[in-house]
Design a protein around this ligand. Structure first.
Ligand SMILES: N[C@@H](CCC(=O)N[C@@H](CS)C(=O)NCC(=O)O)C(=O)O
Length: 204
């Protein structure tokens, strides 16, 4: 049975589009539009999953939520040659796992909380100052890693790059990478990939 990906505009679901394009898998994209004022997902996503958030993947009668789980599912079922997920025992395996989880973990969370502080008028709060420090630490961690590695897992391009790309694209657009040349070089390499270009062509 075919893959159905529920996509919300300007959202994390572009990570999964990129991954599916890199793997060359056929899929149906169901588009959902954020509310223009609240920026929240429309109620129709609640009919697919009780959290009502994107991305959501449908396959063989199952609905899967959470970007990391969706990526792992796609890789386990369809990437049996391990093109985008190194096997245990390969030198890239540990870093691959670390950055797959980092995409929704410590390096991602401060930026997300800062979006919420701005949306609620708390941009001058102690919370915003704390999260700015955490976000700067994350930016420095990513920069130091990418100064030593071509891709997040090492020499091999993996799904961890697809998952981390959403955050880095957003940071570049906000001018947060002006002092992060290695991260900007990673973005250039990522943007040159055919899979990335096909993701952008979908008007994400
Ligand atoms: N941890 C979840 C987060 C899902 C999530 O918050 N998605 C956002 C899009 S970036 C969303 O649907 N926001 C709209 C809303 O919460 O109404 C994941 O990795 O998939």
């Amino acid at each position: 049975m075919s893959l159905v990906l529920h996509h919300l505009n300007a959202s994390r679901s572009q990570r999964i589009i990129w991954l599916l394009e890199e793997l060359g898998l056929p899929y149906t994209l169901v588009r959902h539009e954020r509310d223009a004022q609240t920026r929240l997902a429309p109620p129709d996503l609640l009919k697919v999953h009780p959290m009502g958030k994107a991305p959501l993947l449908e396959h063989e009668g199952q609905v899967i939520a959470e970007t990391g789980a969706i990526a792992q599912y796609i890789l386990a079922v369809f990437d049996t040659e391990h093109r985008l997920h190194p096997k245990p025992g390969r030198p890239e395996f540990a870093r691959y796992l670390e950055w797959m989880h980092a995409a929704e973990g410590s390096p991602f969370l401060p930026g997300l909380i800062l979006v919420f502080t701005r949306a609620t008028g708390l941009q001058d709060s102690l919370l915003a100052a704390w999260m700015t420090g955490e976000r700067d630490k994350a930016t420095a961690t990513i920069e130091s890693h990418l100064a030593r590695h071509t891709w997040f897992a090492g020499d091999m391009f993996t799904a961890a790059d697809c998952l981390m790309g959403f955050q880095l694209d957003g940071m570049e657009k906000s001018g947060l990478l002006d002092n992060a040349p290695a991260t900007k070089d990673w973005l250039k390499r990522a943007h040159a990939r055919e899979g990335y270009k096909r993701m952008i062509e979908q008007g994400v």
